[in-house]
Design a protein around this ligand. Sequence first.
Ligand code: ATP
Length: 242
Amino acid sequence: MLKIENLHVSVDGKPILKGIDLQVDEGETHILLGPNGGGKTTLLMSILGMPRYEVTQGRIIFNDRDITHMTLDERARLGIGMMFQKPPAVRGVKLAQIADIAAHARGNNVAVAAVAERLNLEEHMDRDLNYGFSGGELKRSELLQLICQNPELVLLDEPESGVDMDNISLIGNMINELLHKDKIKGRKVSGIIVTHTGYILEYVNADKGHILMDGRIVCSGGARDIFDEVRLHGFGRCEQCQ
Ligand SMILES: Nc1ncnc2c1ncn2[C@@H]1O[C@H](COP(=O)(O)OP(=O)(O)OP(=O)(O)O)[C@@H](O)[C@H]1O
């Protein structure tokens, strides 16, 4: 579904990604681990097509189409969606309006009110988008919009950060549903999840894991194996390996 070849990306003229190769097959979920500042968010933003992330070399292929120079809007319509680490607050736009746009943009038929109820967001629907939302409410607001968009490739940037234990369980189970992990047949959704804590692995059976350091993927393997290795030994061994 997603193939990234020798991707180099600069932000405001500063090179951040320095030759990323990554393939995510249909229905697979990958986790990305790495020290702060390693380039994980930059990689997700580049796949999504955020304007400040300039591809200086390499290609991004999504469902056999070269999307490297497509706009964010075009990529969203093709089915790429993201839950941001730090989503913006927007005055004058209600959460309900954005959710409704997302729910209809790709010919979806998502029952927005039912999703809002499951995420305990009914009272937030008439508030300005993310304005004054708590950390956990922001994550649930992001997840609501993502579920409404019904993407084929789901990019999740630290979905569990700032979320209390009860809500981690709620969010984790709904992300698992979003990724169709329990379905053996039918539409396959792929995902890339950035995590520091690994809590999300309690809810989502991720397939592969990668360690991203200084703009390069330095190690890949089974998601659990990679996470356990980092939990036990930190990133020190990766530096030696690198
Ligand atoms: N506009 C910019 N100008 C200069 N450097 C930038 C700019 N934007 C991002 N960076 C740098 O790019 C590097 C990678 O940032 P990124 O957010 O991708 O890291 P990350 O791996 O997601 O980190 P974290 O785990 O802390 O979320 C950081 O050193 C950051 O300061």
